[in-house]
Ligand binder design. Structure first.
Ligand code: NAD
Length: 328
């Protein structure tokens, strides 16, 4: 088995590849992995083993079709994580999001068709559905993205669907809620607040903190991606939820408690433009059809994640220097 994984120098893709190389996915203990990543500010080669007999790292852009057509032959499947992923950056400069997330996905799928690599998992997000005040989205809900990031991911989902429908590519789509865990860039909400608390800095909380997100540990997301890779159906999407809704205010309180800090450490800041109020997924499809269930509760995963950042200042301190704004 040979897998090609894009964007695996980033947060989620690196967790997936590390788990794969550690033998964490049954039946894939001997799988060889080729990673394609162009190492943007969000990519860090050190997130993966420096050398491993089953790992090949190729520093390249997924928009480079020639390179993809050179590298892809001989692979059995592609897991596509590569993306521009930070909502706030997409509000300031959207063009890179369209380039990588839309044109890059199209270039990758095109190269798969040309080289005969049939199986693809396209990793997407719940943000493609927009915002929902009550209830939850199923896979049949309309795509109503609100940020340029979400719009670029929704567009890539539609491109993926078209490559299934037009070219018969065996592509499945995952749409996951907010992830947290080790190795997440400190521009994102949980690491941003954690590293701020570790440095005695104040926490910039958007608006009244009433925005609701559903949190899932990265390890559970990656197991869901692996399930979809092995058992998901072509042309179908799979919601992957955390089942753990928290307002940003509640999340902030949990983090403050872990540091024995209080609300004087919080600095309310002007709300993000077009800030989605609530995301909520109905993930009964992947639970019922593929037997998925998250294993790590927020109560155990959050303190463990905070402990990881406490123990790894050498990893996050250089990134904080060039940090952006808080995000989820
Ligand atoms: P990340 O920003 O941490 O990592 C993205 C990786 O992609 C980086 O290593 C970067 O160098 C690479 N990359 C970017 N542009 C590239 C290009 N043109 N060519 C090659 N490589 C490129 O992102 P993440 O949080 O790990 O997210 C991974 C995927 O999961 C994304 O598709 C994202 O939309 C999706 N997702 C993320 C979350 C979340 O909470 N983080 C939730 C649901 C879905």
């Amino acid at each position: 088995m040979r897998l090609l994984v894009t964007g695996a120098a980033g947060f989620i893709g690196s967790h997936y590849v590390r788990t794969l190389l550690e033998g964490g996915y049954p039946g894939y203990e001997d799988a060889d992995v080729t990673v394609i990543d162009n190492l943007t500010y969000a990519g860090n080669r050190a997130n993966l083993p420096g050398s491993h007999e089953r790992l090949t790292f190729v520093q390249a852009d997924i928009c480079d079709g020639d390179l993809l057509r050179e590298v892809l032959p001989g692979h059995d499947a592609v897991v596509h994580f590569a993306a521009e992923s930070h909502v706030d950056r997409s509000l300031r400069a959207a063009s890179e999001f369209i380039r990588t997330n839309v044109a890059g996905t199209q270039s990758l799928l095109d190269a798969c068709v040309t080289t005969g690599v049939q199986r693809v998992v396209h990793v997407s997000t719940d943000e493609v559905y927009g915002s929902i005040d009550q209830g939850s989205w199923t896979e049949a809900s309309p795509l109503l993205p609100n940020s340029p990031y979400a719009a670029s991911k929704a567009a890539s989902d539609l491109v993926a669907r078209s490559y299934w429908r037009t070219h018969g590519l065996d592509v499945s789509i995952t749409r996951c809620s907010n992830n947290y865990g080790p190795y997440q860039h400190p521009e994102k909400l949980i690491p941003r607040f954690t590293t701020s608390l570790l440095q005695g800095r104040r926490l910039p909380l958007y608006g009244d903190g009433g925005n609701v997100r559903e949190w899932l540990h990265v390890d559970d997301h990656c197991r869901a991606v692996q399930l979809v890779l092995t058992r998901g159906r072509a042309g179908e999407g799979y919601n992957v939820g955390g089942g753990c809704e928290r307002t940003n205010r509640q999340l902030t309180e949990l983090l403050l408690d872990l540091f024995a800090a209080d609300w004087s450490s919080v600095e309310p800041v002007a709300d993000r433009k077009g800030h989605d109020l609530r995301y909520a997924l109905d993930d009964s499809k992947i639970r019922e059809q593929l037997g998925y269930a998250p294993r790590i509760t927020f109560e155990e995963g959050l303190p463990a994640t905070v402990a990881w950042y406490r123990d790894h200042p050498d990893w996050w301190k250089p990134l904080v220097e060039e940090n952006g704004d808080a995000d989820e």
